[in-house]
Design a binder for this molecule. Structure first.
Ligand code: NI
Ligand code: MN
Length: 224
């Protein structure tokens, strides 16, 4: 399984047969290096409706025929744009050709840029190619992240940007609660209010938790 960081909170997951994206925000992301036209996912998973997460979803899905997996409200809104989707909700899991998706709580908000209600913001546990990835979504720190540890997380993607989500101190506590084997910091540096020192965060993950940190530049991949 290969996990490629697309920049911001976006990741591309690929095994021998499948390609799945989470939160692909490329157009308008000055740090992104991936051409959306180079992506051919069968599925796109969205944590919530904010523009820096839905991103290029409509264009990619229309070209590749990808199915969107997201909150029922998000899928309902994207259907108006002609995108196929499977609507789910927080706490629910479902099986797909590539593996399994389970949505978990996230403390945040969720509406489309035009104000359309986007349902509950969520984190996602994605099991694919024998690997369990947890994308925390845009969330504050909350103690029930400890329950997500029951999924035996191989890689946790945690926001460290502060301002809109948890910052580095709270993300470190989230790592302690999640107990993943590896941690990839996300949702930082894209905009001035969320500039962070990811290397310093990684050093603290190494020193203060049992997890192995991986700071990925946009476009960089991790083999799992
Ligand atoms: Ni958000
Ligand atoms: Mn965001």
């Amino acid at each position: 399984m290969k996990l490629t960081f697309l920049g911001h909170a976006g990741v591309r997951l690929q095994d021998a047969e499948h390609e799945v994206l989470i939160d692909p925000f490329l157009t308008g992301n000055s740090l992104a290096v991936t051409d959306p036209a180079s992506l051919s996912p069968s599925h796109i998973v969205l944590t919530h409706a904010h523009g820096d997460h839905v991103g290029d979803t409509v264009a990619i899905a229309k070209r590749s025929g990808a199915t969107v997996i997201a909150a029922v409200e998000v899928v309902g809104r994207l259907a108006v744009d002609g995108v196929d989707g499977v609507g789910m909700n927080v706490g629910g899991g479902a099986d797909f050709p590539f593996g399994r998706v389970t949505f978990t709580p996230a403390w945040h908000s969720s509406s489309f840029p035009d104000g359309t209600y986007g349902g509950t913001p969520m984190g996602v546990v994605l099991r694919m190619g024998g690997v369990t990835v947890f994308h925390a979504g845009d969330t504050a720190l909350f103690s029930d992240l400890a329950l997500v540890a029951r999924h035996d997380i191989d890689v946790a993607l945690v926001p460290i940007g502060d301002h809109f989500t948890m910052g580095p101190d709270d993300a470190l506590e989230a790592v302690r609660l999640l107990r993943p084997a590896r941690v990839v910091p996300v949702h930082y540096d894209t905009f001035p209010p969320i500039v962070q020192d990811a290397a310093a965060f990684a050093a603290r993950v190494s020193a203060e938790t049992d997890a192995e940190p991986h700071v990925l530049a946009p476009g960089q991949a991790l083999e799992l």
